[in-house]
Design a protein around this ligand. Structure first.
Ligand code: PGA
Length: 254
């Protein structure tokens, strides 16, 4: 598929995979995806598997991401992990403000913005997640919610940092439900996000930012979703846990 921006497909393993299981998964992905140059491929294991997975994908076309990080750089923050610590394992990307973090750990747009600033300061590329709840979609509030999350979660970033930020549009009703947004529904919100980026920053920034779709992406629907003009990749949960599931999403999207 010829696209304006390079596609980026990331696997969010969430709280799944022991070290041994994660190593099995990436060894299969390395085998299946060795020749892929057209798409940026990222895996986001739990913190406990970062070190080993990092070693396993050295010299491959697979890059490493984390699922969260602290907005703080160091200090008395029990249980937290700083950007600098992720850098020790050659982590390049970090998912921020996933709906599960917003929902279960009360993360706000303001906190996500602080984390995004800390990520960029450490040269990590944030994948900033936004997306509406089912009742918000049904109440015609999708654009209002996504605009608010976008503006709030990127607050304080420079234009060049925003260009290096990946936005993931993940309608909450589509996450882990098997019910994906239709390609047209995804395209509509992605185009809206790009329009918002134009008004918050400028057209250049808006044209450069990659916007992933997330929510029940699988091998059978990836191609149609990623074919949309403003859909620049996918953030994949469940289907990223198996070699075939994840590698077929990528192969089908070329
Ligand atoms: P899913 O999760 O692919 O299992 O719907 C997507 C995500 O939460 O990033």
């Amino acid at each position: 598929m010829e696209k304006e921006r390079k596609l980026i497909v990331a696997g969010n393993w969430k709280m799944n995979k022991t070290v041994a299981e994660g190593l099995d998964l990436v060894s299969g992905l390395k085998r299946e995806l060795a020749n892929i140059k057209e798409i940026d491929i990222v895996v986001c294991p739990p913190f406990t598997a970062l070190a080993d997975v990092s070693r396993a994908i050295l010299d491959s076309n697979i890059r490493l991401g984390a699922q969260n990080m602290s907005e703080q750089n160091f200090g008395a923050f029990t249980g937290e992990i700083a950007a600098g610590m992720l850098k020790e394992f050659s982590v390049r990307y970090v998912i921020l403000g996933h709906s599960e973090r917003r929902q279960f750990y009360r993360e706000t747009d303001a906190l996500v913005a602080k984390k995004a600033i800390a990520a960029h300061a450490a040269s990590l590329k944030p994948i900033v997640c936004v997306g509406e709840l089912l009742e918000e979609r049904e109440g015609n509030k999708t654009e209002e919610v996504v605009a608010r999350q976008l503006k709030g979660s990127l607050a304080g970033l420079t234009k060049s940092q925003v260009e290096e930020t990946i936005i993931a549009y993940e309608p909450v009703w589509a996450i882990g439900t098997g019910r994906n947004a239709t390609p047209q529904q995804a395209q509509d919100v992605h185009a809206f996000i790009r329009k918002q980026l134009t008004s918050l920053y400028d057209e250049n920034v808006a044209r450069r930012v990659r916007i992933q779709y997330g929510g029940s992406v699988k091998a059978s629907n990836a191609r149609e979703l990623l074919k949309q003009a403003d859909v620049d990749g996918a953030l994949v949960g469940g289907a990223s846990l198996e070699i075939r599931g994840f590698s077929d999403i990528i192969k089908n999207s070329i």
